[in-house]
Structure formats: structure tokens, C-alpha cells
Ligand binder design. Structure first.
Ligand code: GDP
Length: 176
């Protein structure tokens, strides 16, 4: 089955977005706590199944011990290597926080594995101190230097429902 993966730092709103997207409450697990066993979760969508959503383990938790970060890198690299079924990764970024080093590290891994990805802003309803257009322009500029990054940024809010339909369309489009 074709797959679309969701990745992002811990607490970025990944579970909430996955639930909003699938209209199913409690599908994706609540936030990972640091040090907790990290794993990939797969959700088959459609009956019969048409594609798979891949919930990548959250990363970059401030209190995560080094072994957890090391394990995460290994797991992601292992998953990405030679995976023709993986059509796209959606890289979730908190609208208020922007790209962190650990996001750039994942972007480099995706570039390396030639897995196309798109930045999806989350929690845009919480952005109060600067215009959304500035945030997306900055991210689009940063994405330009990455070979596998989609130049357009998707903006979402699970709270207001902004961008959820567009996100669903992006998933459908990615699976072709
Ligand atoms: P995960 O660790 O990436 O899976 O993050 P969660 O989905 O568990 O969300 C982390 C926290 O952010 C929770 O308290 C959510 O209620 C909150 N949250 C998620 N999405 C939004 C959003 O669009 N707007 C607002 N205001 N809060 C959100």
C-alpha cells in the first residue's frame, strides 16, 4: 500500500492532526513522554484499505536522554532506506516555533533518502505575535535549499479546522 508519513517534534500536534484527518477520536496515541519506547504506528485507511498513514515517533523532546535521540535516528533512517511505498512525508512544524535543528536533521535525512516532504504548520490559531504570511515565507525560503522539500507550506489548525481539507487533499494527491 502507498504510505504518507507524519513527522514532527513532540507536542507539535501530530496526534491531534491525525485524528482530525481521519475523523476518528483516539486513533493516534496521546503525546509521547520522553524516554518512552518509540515506535512507528501504521494506520490503514479505507475499506478495503487504500493507503497507510505512518505516525513517526515524535522527536526533539528537551528532556529526552541521548539514547532516545540515537534510537530515533536509527529507527527513522532504517524506515526511510529503500521504501518505495513511502510517497511523501508531512513534516509538522509548530507555527509559533518554526524549524528547529532537529527538524533540519530530519529534512537532511529525507533529502538523503529522496523522500519528498512538505512542511505543515500546526497550531496556527496560537500565532499572535507575527503575521502568518511572514512565517510561511521564512519557511518556504528555508525549504528552498532542501532537494526533496515541497516549496509550498500548508497551514493548519486542528482547533479551528483551518487547512484540514487541504491536508486531506495533499495526502490523497501524494498517494496518486
Ligand atoms: P503530538 O505530541 O505531536 O502528538 O501532539 P498532540 O496532538 O498530543 O498535541 C499536543 C498539545 O497541543 C495538546 O494539548 C493539543 O490539544 C494541542 N494542540 C494540538 N493541535 C492544536 C491546534 O491546532 N491548536 C491549539 N491551540 N492546540 C493544539
Amino acid at each position: 500500500l502507498p504510505e504518507v508519513a507524519f513527522a514532527g517534534r513532540s507536542n507539535v500536534g501530530k496526534s491531534t492532526l491525525l485524528n482530525a484527518l481521519t475523523n476518528r477520536k483516539g486513533l493516534a496515541r496521546a503525546s509521547n513522554t520522553p524516554g518512552r519506547t518509540q515506535e512507528l504506528n501504521f494506520f490503514e485507511v479505507g475499506n478495503p484499505p487504500q493507503f497507510r498513514l505512518v505516525d513517526m515517533p515524535g522527536y526533539g523532546f528537551a528532556k529526552a536522554p541521548p539514547q532516545v535521540a540515537k534510537r530515533w535516528r536509527f529507527l527513522i533512517n532504517d524506515f526511510l532506506r529503500g521504501r518505495p511505498t513511502l510517497k511523501r512525508t508531512l513534516l509538522l512544524v509548530d507555527a509559533r516555533r518554526g524549524l528547529k535543528d532537529i527538524d533540519r536533521e530530519l529534512m537532511a535525512m529525507l533529502d538523503e533518502a529522496a523522500v519528498s516532504y512538505r512542511i505543515v504548520l500546526t497550531k496556527s490559531d496560537k500565532l499572535k505575535d507575527k503575521p502568518l504570511a511572514d512565517v510561511t515565507a521564512t519557511l518556504a525560503e528555508q525549504a528552498k535549499t532542501h532537494a526533496a522539500a515541497h516549496p509550498e507550506i500548508l497551514t493548519t489548525s486542528a482547533e479551528s479546522g483551518l487547512g484540514i481539507d487541504e491536508l486531506r487533499k495533499a495526502v490523497i494527491q501524494a498517494i496518486g
